[in-house]
Write a protein of this length. Structure first.
Lengths: 115, 116
């Protein structure tokens, strides 16, 4: 069965600290897609990244980086030098060939960045 | 280009009433999705449309929930005989889909439904 686990319910950091948000997934398929979304207080989910299961290269985009480890079924998200504007709830999501249009979301990690 | 829009942004209704929630997808997106997000949880899939047809409605919780997309663009989620447990944020998303490959879903701001 498809499942996404975000064990960290809430994290608080001070501005400029680095922070890593964990995501562990379960799927029966070898072809799947992983996503991260940001949900600021306004409520709209903002797309951050999409990764397919055949591409294990880590990705960096500005202060954001993602570490995809198939061996541990993890897709972790790191924010370097966090800023107050990074405060939001972050969701990891999974889709696979059995349900490629149905996203399975984790329960989210609330990040509080304090000035 | 405009993003996904949803109306109303907030809806308060009484138990037993009927409600309609509207979603206007990104222009040109053929796929449309509805999710429900309860407080403190991630979005849960309800239904997916490809064009005018519901390709997967396995997430609809019961027959009080129904959705349509008659012209392949705007969609309406309909809830009959609302119950307090239906209170949640209802999110709509849209995407382009090429040959069945998963594409990124872009979400609207949601409709917060409160059933008193």
């Amino acid at each position: 069965a498809q499942k996404v686990t975000q064990a960290q319910t809430e994290i608080s950091v001070v501005e400029k600290e680095d922070v890593t948000l964990d995501c562990v997934y379960e799927t029966r398929d070898t072809t799947y897609y992983l996503f991260w979304y940001k949900q600021p207080p306004s409520g709209e989910l903002v797309f951050l990244i999409r990764r397919n299961s055949f591409d294990e290269q880590n990705e960096i985009s500005g202060r954001y980086s993602w570490n995809f480890q198939k061996s541990t079924s993890s897709f972790n998200f790191t924010i370097t030098a966090s800023q107050v504007v990074d405060s939001a709830v972050y969701f990891c999501a999974l889709s696979d060939l059995y349900n490629f249009n149905k996203f399975y979301f984790g329960s989210g990690t609330k990040l509080n960045v304090k000035p | 280009g405009a993003g996904v829009s949803q109306t109303p942004s907030n809806k308060v209704t009484e138990k037993g009433k009927y409600v309609e929630l509207r979603c206007d997808p990104i222009s040109g997106h053929t796929a449309l999705y509805w999710y429900r997000q309860s407080l403190g949880q991630g979005p849960e899939f309800l239904i997916y449309f490809q064009g005018t047809g519901a390709a997967d409605d396995s997430g609809l919780p019961n027959d009080r929930f129904f959705a349509v997309r008659p012209e392949g663009s705007v969609s309406t989620l309909k809830i009959q005989r609302t119950e307090r447990g239906d209170s949640a944020v209802y999110l709509c998303a849209s995407s382009t889909t090429y040959g069945g490959e998963t594409d990124t879903q872009y979400f609207g701001p949601g409709t917060r439904l409160t059933v008193l």
